[in-house]
Design a binder for this molecule. Structure first.
Ligand SMILES: [Zn+2]
Length: 98
């Protein structure tokens, strides 16, 4: 079964994104985790190839979420970063939860 979000809730008071999936699961994603584990090429290069964690994002917030095709969302953070595409498959598989 393909994991597809039924509802995406931005919860600034809790500092997280909540997604209701089409199989009935609800998964919570902390802003900080989403930012630190950003899948874009720049961030992956820093964290995977150079072995450096992205630090100091404890208070990061999401300013904007938009669909990217029918397979992902793009998340824009208030530190100005917004090039990561978060695919539904990776989100459902827990790749953005530490
Ligand atoms: Zn990034």
């Amino acid at each position: 079964m393909e994991a597809i979000p039924k509802e995406i809730r931005n919860c600034p008071d809790k500092g997280c994104l909540e997604i209701d999936w089409n199989d009935g699961r609800t998964i919570t994603y902390l802003y900080e985790d989403l930012r630190v584990l950003c899948p874009c090429a720049d961030c992956r290069n820093q964290t995977v190839n150079q072995g450096e964690m992205i630090m100091g994002k404890e208070d990061v917030k999401i300013t904007h979420i938009e669909p990217a095709g029918n397979y992902a969302i793009r998340i824009v953070f208030d530190d100005g970063h917004g090039t990561g595409l978060y695919t539904f498959t990776q989100m459902y598989d827990g790749e953005f939860n530490r």
